[in-house]
Design a protein around this ligand. Structure first.
Ligand code: NAD
Length: 264
């Protein structure tokens, strides 16, 4: 524990359960002294999020489905009423129809393309629009992305296209909000077995491949992503914005399968 984030108040969006990356980030921020507020998506997740929030002495500020602007407004109104201002936001939200996270990208429908982009990309911008008004002393916004934005990955398909747009959004939002000392960054996390990841085809194979071929010869944990997140959300990173920071055991520097790694 440290006082690194003491006095900072942050909104955590995207906890589904105790395997969520957002949960790893929330835990690290709390360890460093931040005060937190959680949103949840729908009643089914409310029951999971409430006890987790209680573990970190956090507020629960309500249901938020990013396809429903009124629910985003309601959550920010609640934060404004409780705290008056906001210092940081974790945006750990993505969705695409499971049947299109398998096979060919070519098969993506217009309907699922639009839905995937709205939930997984535009939602960062809609959240940033509301955050600008509450981040009166500057702030830090963090989102989550994946290497499938930069390079083709099997099965990642439309989500890779959405993450590429999300990473571009990070740069544009960083430029727009920089004058107000609001920073916008992303962590590109290596594969982690979460609820969202279970929708991706052959995910176990992807985990193994990373384990054998990443420079650190392993995958990463939500705690490791969490601590890198705490850095990007705290003043330690005050000179950093518009950045995509890889927390992937180094996998993104690898150009070819390691000849000494086992076959899968
Ligand atoms: P997760 O299932 O724990 O979290 C995904 C969250 O998105 C859930 O809390 C869910 O409620 C929320 N969500 C989905 N649709 C929503 C909507 N319409 N409105 C509001 N919330 C919605 O899985 P996770 O792996 O922790 O995912 C968090 C982020 O990390 C995602 O952006 C994901 O793409 C990214 N990421 C995951 C991995 C991985 O391997 N798990 C790797 C890199 C990046």
């Amino acid at each position: 524990a440290s006082g690194l984030m003491a006095g900072k108040r942050g909104l955590i969006m995207g906890v589904a359960n105790n395997r969520s990356i957002a949960w790893g980030i929330a835990k690290a921020c709390r360890q460093h002294g931040a005060e937190l507020a959680f949103t949840y998506q729908g009643d089914a997740l409310k029951k999971r999020v409430e006890p987790l929030a209680a573990e970190l002495d956090a507020l629960v500020v309500g249901h938020c489905d990013v396809t429903d602007g009124a629910s985003i407004d309601a959550v920010f109104a609640e934060v404004a009423a409780k705290w008056g201002k906001l210092d940081f936001i974790v945006h750990a939200i993505a969705f695409s129809d499971k049947d299109q996270l398998d096979g060919r990208y070519l098969e993506t429908t217009e309907e699922n393309f639009t839905k995937t982009m709205l939930i997984s990309c535009y939602s960062l911008t809609s959240v940033a629009q509301r955050a600008e008004k509450l981040m009166t002393d500057g702030g830090s916004i963090l989102t989550l992305t994946y290497y499938g934005a930069e390079k083709w990955m099997p099965h990642y398909n439309v989500m890779g296209v959405a993450k590429a747009a999300l990473e571009a959004s990070v740069r544009y939002l960083a430029a727009d909000l920089g004058e107000k000392a609001i920073r916008v960054n992303a962590i590109s996390a290596g594969p982690i077995k979460t609820l969202a990841a279970s929708g991706i085809g052959d995910f176990r194979y992807i985990l193994k491949w990373n384990e054998y071929n990443a420079p650190l010869r392993r995958t990463v944990t939500i705690e490791e992503v969490g601590e890198a997140g705490a850095y990007l959300l705290s003043d330690m990173s005050r000179g950093v914005t518009g950045e995509v920071h890889h927390v992937d055991a180094g996998y993104h520097v690898v150009g070819m399968k390691n000849p000494t790694s086992p076959d899968i």
